[in-house]
Design a binder for this molecule. Sequence first.
Ligand SMILES: Nc1ncnc2c1ncn2[C@@H]1O[C@H](COP(=O)(O)OP(=O)(O)OP(=O)(O)O)[C@@H](O)[C@H]1O
Length: 338
Amino acid sequence: MAANAFGIDLGTSNIKIYNREEDSIFNERNMIAIEKRKKVIAIGDEAFDMYERAPESIDIFSPMRNGVIADINNMQILLNGMLKKSAKKGIRNSDYYIAVPTDITEVERRAFYHLIYNSDVKAKNVYVVEQSVADALGLGLDVTHAKGVMIVNIGADTTEISIISIGGIVLSKLIKTGGNKFDQSIISSVKREHNLVIGSKTAEYLKMELASALSGMEMTAKVYGRDVVTGLPKEIEISSGLIYEAIEEQLRSIVDAIKITLERTPPELAADIIDSGIYLTGGSSNIRSFDELIEKETDLNVNFFKDASESVARGLAKIINEDDFRDLAYSMKDKPNY
Ligand SMILES: Nc1ncnc2c1ncn2[C@@H]1O[C@H](COP(=O)(O)OP(=O)(O)OP(=O)(O)O)[C@@H](O)[C@H]1O
């Protein structure tokens, strides 16, 4: 029997690890800090704390890009370190369940599997789970039944929109828009409007404080940055209106992708979705009134969950612990050329 079982949701911004033995979810930033291109000096939240503060000799980055593994060697080092951090024992000879986006290439999919299979955790078994299936289970939906559900996961680099029925994916679309793109737009807008250079952590703070998916909110927040003209540090008050203008285009592209997916949904499943509504998940679904915007634009009910950023990990926990859902995980070994 396997020593333990872990469920892994590798996000561009955060890595979430479910540990069966401790029945807990570990959630830290998916970041690694490397000094002089050789020495790993920090991982996870500790690396994130150094981000945009460290000298040039230290590179700090996420080994994931647009929802897929961009740097497998560093992702492996990071994952091993995070597993050791998250679990007191049972890392070796355990079963590993990894969530993978659906709308990616076979090469990208294989990289998730090999990340675990080739790592020094010496996994007993490696199983792959479609990310949106785990997401739906984590929200408390029983996806093994015939009823169709639509899951919209708005993450950091990506938004994945999926239609699930009878435990399988009927349609899935991954678009390269999410929280990180909102942050980048906020940086550009603050620079254009106020001649102020801010870092991405400040942009994320402004997003969390002031962003709304609907116009009309009136709030302000003070931030520090560097004045482009004088080169000196400066404090400025930013309005929610500016943040709305900065992210409006990206909000629209997410709504448009949802509409396109709905248009392509088979009619019987569309009827189910009208009945049950759209399920909104992922960290960026926390932007104020996102559910209201989607409801307004699609005329469908939107179900929003406050702690949705860990729903994939909670879904993996269900697959690990409940026999009824075990078949939702599959081994890549059963497929040729793996
Ligand atoms: N309260 C909040 N308001 C707005 N955005 C938030 C909030 N909380 C988290 N976020 C954003 O959610 C994103 C992280 O979400 P999540 O953990 O679902 O992404 P991920 O799985 O790492 O990314 P991806 O799915 O793109 O690989 C970040 O961009 C973060 O800024």
